[in-house]
Design a protein. Structure first.
Length: 464
């Protein structure tokens, strides 16, 4: 955004300065040239009277001619400008020291034009100093309506050209200084405009890190950005209240569930003492479910307190985890007339939170059991795929089309095909959120031959 502000503010300023400086440079060049030619014309007018008297005398050795020759010589010594008088035939008129001068073609043409009684126009001003070349001015000498000669002035343009260059250099310095000042002003304006935006950015980063009480001082910046800052502060306050309520609910729920869970486990131990050995397997499976519920509550407490990833991450054998969850769900699936088929790769080891991986897999298996038709099979696999480990659950239920798959992980979303079955539409959404906390992801795709395939991708141990 800073770069855009620089372009918006600095480019028009530079364009205006360039246009103004170009116009002033052209005006300065034109003014210097016009002043130079005006001075030449004035000097020519001064010599016209003396030249007319000298030509009228028709005697090169006369007094008028001597006076004119002295004036022209003195003028050339002072100003370096050559002035030549020509007679009616177009030849330099003696006794001038330039009597043997030969005019170039443009000057000779101007002389012939002047001898015909026509006065030439002043040269047009040029733009660039190096285009300002020496040009002769020719003025006819008229006596009682007759042209009796002409006077030619050829002045050096070094001085006016140097003056044009000097003014252009001064103009360039002024433009550079103005651009530097404009850059400083634009930098200050951009900083002033973006200061509230930078504060919003820092506050959002703080909130992302978990600092929910981050706020922004709204005493600087344009009114529009101050309003945005005020809205952000109110939004941050509302987010803080919502997150606080959620954390309080999770803390209270996990704490309140501990007591009945502990009481349930104690009752289980009491019941186990009155059962014979044939019940040992069922009792141990129930104990394991109780311990798993305890781990889930511990994970819930950790998330409620820290709001981030679980700190109980370590190597997890996904093949063993998948086998345990399949065994736990086997009876519930059998009641629905559904069986399991497993394909487990012992090299599928991930670094993650075991409780989170179990909970995510449970949510997916729950959906598969719910939507599978009777006498069908749910295929559960654990395998290694490059830098990822894969847990997959494939059912043979109604499946989803591509449009439904896009919304499959949305909270409370349910497909119209299965709207008559009980459910809340939270299973896949919860599994997706759980996997995200350990660097995993969930993918839903249609299976060949019908049904749905849900993939749980977790980082492999070596990749971590």
């Amino acid at each position: 955004m800073r770069r855009r502000l620089f372009i918006v503010l600095l480019v028009p300023l530079a364009a205006v300065l360039v246009l103004l400086s170009g116009a002033y440079g052209w005006a300065a060049s034109r003014s210097v040239q016009q002043a130079f030619y005006t001075q030449q014309v004035g000097d020519l007018g001064t010599f016209l009277t003396s030249a007319r008297q000298a030509l009228q005398s028709a005697d090169a050795s006369g007094g008028s001619a001597a006076v004119l020759d002295a004036e022209l010589s003195r003028y050339r010594e002072l100003y370096g400008t050559r002035v030549v008088v020509v007679d009616r035939s177009g030849r330099p008129w003696a006794p001038s020291s330039d009597a043997a001068v030969v005019f170039d073609e443009p000057t000779a043409g101007k002389v012939q034009l002047a001898l015909s009684g026509r006065r030439g126009d002043l040269p047009e001003p040029v733009l660039l100093p190096w285009q300002f070349a020496e040009q002769s001015l020719v003025e006819p000498i008229v006596d009682q309506g007759d042209v009796i000669g002409a006077i030619v002035m050829s002045a050096s343009v070094d001085a006016p050209r140097a003056e044009i260059v000097r003014q252009w250099i001064l103009l360039g310095v002024v433009v550079v200084v103005a651009l530097a000042l404009g850059l400083l002003v634009v930098l200050w304006l951009a900083t002033w405009v973006l200061r509230p935006v930078q504060r919003v950015d820092r506050a959002m980063e703080a909130i992302e890190r978990g600092d929910m009480d981050a706020r922004i001082a709204d005493d600087t910046g344009p009114p529009e950005l101050r309003r945005m800052v005020a809205l952000f502060n109110r939004m941050a306050g509302e987010i803080e209240r919502v997150v606080s309520r959620q954390q309080e609910f999770a803390l209270n729920a996990s704490h309140e569930l501990r007591n009945p869970l502990s009481a349930l486990l104690l009752r289980l131990e009491s019941l186990a003492t009155g059962l014979d050995r044939s019940w040992d397997g069922e009792v141990e499976a129930t104990r394991e479910e109780g311990r798993r519920m305890t781990r889930i509550l511990d994970t819930l407490l950790a998330f409620a307190r820290g709001g981030g990833r679980s700190g109980l991450q370590g190597p997890v054998d996904l093949a063993a985890l998948a086998q345990r969850r399949v065994d736990s769900w086997r009876d519930a699936a059998a009641a629905q007339g559904v069986s399991f088929e497993t394909r487990l790769d012992e090299s599928a080891t991930s670094v993650c939170d075991e409780t989170i991986a179990e909970s995510a897999l449970d949510a997916v298996i729950d959906n598969a059991v719910k939507f599978s038709p009777r006498r069908s099979t749910i295929e559960v696999a654990a395998e290694r795929l490059g830098d990822d480990c894969l847990l997959s659950v494939r059912d043979h239920g109604p499946g989803m089309d591509d449009e439904d798959i896009v919304h499959a992980t949305d909270r409370f979303w349910r497909s119209e095909r299965t709207s008559d079955l009980p459910g809340s539409g939270l299973g896949l959404a919860i599994a997706t959120d759980l996997l995200a906390t350990v660097g995993g992801r969930l993918r839903v795709e249609s299976a060949d031959g019908g049904g749905l395939r849900v993939l749980l991708l977790l980082p492999a141990a070596e990749a971590r």
